[in-house]
Ligand binder design. Sequence first.
Ligand SMILES: [Zn+2]
Ligand SMILES: [Zn+2]
Length: 170
Amino acid sequence: MTNFTPSHTFLSSLKGRSGLPQSTTSPMDFCKAPQLKSRGPTARAFRTWVANTHFKFSQAQTLANADLKIGFLRRDHGDGSPFDGAGGILAHAFAPTDGRFHYDADEQWSVGARPGAFDLETVALHEIGHLLGLGHSSVEGAIMFSSISPGVTKGLHGDNIQGIRALYNT
Ligand SMILES: [Zn+2]
Ligand SMILES: [Zn+2]
């Protein structure tokens, strides 16, 4: 699978921060970890896209049936785009129709704004944009801006909604 490259990598805006201590989420498949704290925020991010676009999503019963596969992985995890430990790259997603969306398991993740941590829902909104085919925005307030600071949350920006409508001609 090393011939795939992510459409982008989502970078934290604090490169090289001495990130200690770190959460230690084990690599796991999203749908095999129903208790994972990321499930709620990630699902909310999908619902936000559904509310603002023509897309519909549903939870697959098995990983093999899923068009979109979300997981927490660390370092080199077999897709040719290794993560880099705490800081730097936070997550990545592949452009359509690949469907893979990976969070870096070595980051400090949070549900909502928490100092020094990255909001799962905000990062999911960004990565889902890539799964749907959006590129990066130069507008700093936009969810598709290429980096995010810890301790902040963002929602969908009008530019992104117009972008997806233009892309799919809806
Ligand atoms: Zn991105
Ligand atoms: Zn990956």
